[in-house]
Design a protein around this ligand. Structure first.
Ligand code: DC
Length: 224
């Protein structure tokens, strides 16, 4: 087996992990896994198929047979491009609801692990370091205050021309964090072998630089 390094970045909604993971992957020329997108697509497919978001068995079946493709910026679900809906707050809340269900999480495991390909992977989500890639070479937990995260999400949605209300976003984030952190199966947590980074006062580029530095130190430790 060739050595395929993995860097995991876990953290709550709008902690900046998406932008940071993408920049890091681009800089290192690694593959990139947005695991939240896979949960979002599962939730969207469930809504479209009128599956109850509590129906664990049907949702798990749907998750294991999910027909999704990523082609650059384009995301296809059942062969058709998905629109901005998949990035909206409603879809995020649905994703968080189905993500509580163990059978759904298990059904999505192999699909996520398949992203580990040469020369390396940057994977972001909630349980990347704890469950999906426990053997990762560097594990980061990224966080920022709820107010800063809400403002970031507000700006992202506005930039995309989507509906956004700061107060609603803040309440939604707090509810989603509570659900993601307290579920009994694969909750978002700060594991002992994880480097905690609060990026409230850092830009995406600065945060990425800190992680790159940590990774270089890890790689030189591995080599020595
Ligand atoms: O990162 P995001 O906002 O796109 O994720 C949407 C939801 O999906 C999140 O609130 C919880 C769930 N999720 C998860 O449970 N585990 C992951 N690894 C990624 C996302």
């Amino acid at each position: 087996m060739p050595f395929i390094p993995v860097i995991t970045i876990d953290g709550p909604s709008a902690s900046g992990k998406g932008a940071v993971a993408q920049l890091l992957a681009k800089t290192l020329q690694f593959h990139y896994l947005d695991s939240g997108l896979i949960y979002r697509l599962t939730a969207l497919a469930a809504r479209r198929a009128n599956i109850d978001l509590q129906d664990e068995a049907r949702l798990a079946q749907l998750a294991s047979a999910l027909d999704i493709q990523f082609d650059g910026e384009e995301i296809r679900l059942n062969q058709a491009p998905v629109g901005a809906e998949v990035r909206g707050e409603a879809c995020g809340a649905d994703a968080s609801t189905i993500a509580v269900l163990p059978a759904v999480r298990v059904a999505l495991l192999a699909r996520q692990r398949a992203f580990r390909q040469s020369p390396g992977l940057v994977a972001e989500g909630r349980d990347m370091g704890s469950v999906v890639f426990p053997e990762a070479n560097l594990k980061i937990y990224l966080d920022a205050s709820a107010e800063i995260r809400a403002l970031r999400r507000y700006k992202q949605l506005k930039e995309k021309g989507m509906y956004a209300n700061l107060e609603e976003i803040l309440h939604g984030l707090i509810a989603r964090d509570a659900r993601d952190c307290t579920r009994s199966f694969a909750p978002l947590q700060k594991a002992a072998d994880t480097f905690f980074l609060d990026n409230s006062e850092l830009t995406v580029a600065q945060t990425t630089d800190v992680i790159l530095q940590l990774y270089k130190e890890k790689v030189s430790d591995l080599a020595s």
